[in-house]
Design a protein around this ligand. Structure first.
Ligand code: FES
Length: 336
């Protein structure tokens, strides 16, 4: 799935994408196999080039995939983190795709070499939790697959609630059928059941860690239901953006460390302006969901448009996602 990630809703800490220490930022990978999973969903199995090794990853991690110049997308790693010889990503062809999933489905074939990032993890599994509750909607199942593998390896107690509109478009059912704690629902099938999110959250004991990945509406409902839970026990990962990118311009950026001043013009994003000025800013999703473009704010008030930061983090104004956010003040001073 195309992924975007955010830390536990109850945490005040700002999440910065975690890359394996010492791992190169950019890697070459060969497409070893393409596997059909369900209507519109393929798994792409990637392997290192001869003589090379992939950096290890942890459950819930994702990689950024460089598709064409200027087009990078993030996808969760869906395989068992103990597998050191491959990365697997599940890609759903989005009808409204702006190029990411369509490019992969139409162009990626076994044997080709593609460019990816080292794994990053903004949706890490709390491995010490005595109980883990996983809630997935649609292609949001993919990060849960690596989590399930890890939880099984650790012998931890877990349960999964996975909802898809129809069986035909639900990926990875074969893997899940091995696991009894999986509650799989098809809510648009005749006689199908809806996921009772409120009941799942209400039944979760205080010590349980809850993870939700799916469409924005599902995550927002989940976050609202879980708002009263103990801090740090609620974790979400968005995979489709519903953001209106700020392109109104008419403000300036002071780059405190480099001493530059950059004007953001009408029609461009903060990221556009920074890249044009030669700033070295990493970015992936370009839609406020992955957290890659996070920059510290020293003065001024951003117009936050992202889905990555919590509401508390947005109010604190200590950081901004430059790919989609703007400024409420004539000047923003950035810590770059
Ligand atoms: S590039 Fe993903 S949040 Fe900005």
């Amino acid at each position: 799935m195309q992924t975007t990630v955010r830390p536990s809703a109850g945490e005040g800490a700002i999440a910065v994408p975690q890359t394996q220490a010492g791992a190169p930022e950019s890697l070459k990978a060969r497409i070893r196999a393409v596997r059909w999973e369900a209507e519109g969903i393929n798994t792409y199995e990637l392997e290192p080039l001869p003589g090379e090794r992939f950096p290890p990853f942890t459950a819930g991690a994702h990689i950024n995939v460089r598709l064409t110049p200027g087009l990078t997308r993030s996808y969760s790693l869906a395989n068992d983190p103990s597998q050191r010889d491959r990365y697997e990503i599940g890609v759903q062809l989005a009808p409204e795709s702006r190029g990411g999933s369509r490019h992969i489905h139409e162009n990626w074939r076994p044997g080709q070499v593609v460019e990816i990032s080292a794994p990053r993890n903004n949706f890490p599994l709390e491995e010490g939790a005595t109980r883990t509750i996983l809630i997935a909607g649609g292609i949001g199942i993919t990060p849960m697959l690596s989590m399930i593998a890890r939880l099984e390896a650790l012998g931890r107690r877990w349960e999964l609630h996975y909802v898809s509109r129809r069986r035909a478009i639900a990926g990875y059912l074969d893997r899940l059928e091995e696991h009894l704690p999986a509650n799989v629902l098809f809510d648009e099938e005749p006689g199908g059941l809806r996921l009772d999110l409120a009941a799942v959250v209400a039944a979760a004991p205080p010590e349980a860690h809850l993870y939700c990945c799916g469409p924005a509406g599902m995550i927002q409902a989940f976050e609202a239901l879980a708002a009263g839970r103990p801090p740090g026990t609620v974790h979400v990962e968005y995979f489709s953006a519903d953001v209106e990118v700020a392109i109104g311009g008419d403000y300036v950026l002071e780059l405190r460390r480099s001493g530059k001043t950059v004007a953001v013009q009408d029609g461009e994003t903060m990221l556009d302006a920074l890249l044009s000025a030669g700033a070295n800013i990493g970015f992936a999703c370009s839609e406020g969901v992955c957290g890659t473009c996070q920059v510290g704010v020293l003065e001024g008030v951003p117009d936050h448009r992202d889905q990555f930061l919590t509401e508390e983090e947005k109010r604190a104004n200590r950081t901004v996602m430059v790919c989609c956010s703007g400024s409420r003040t004539p000047k923003l001073v950035l810590d770059i």
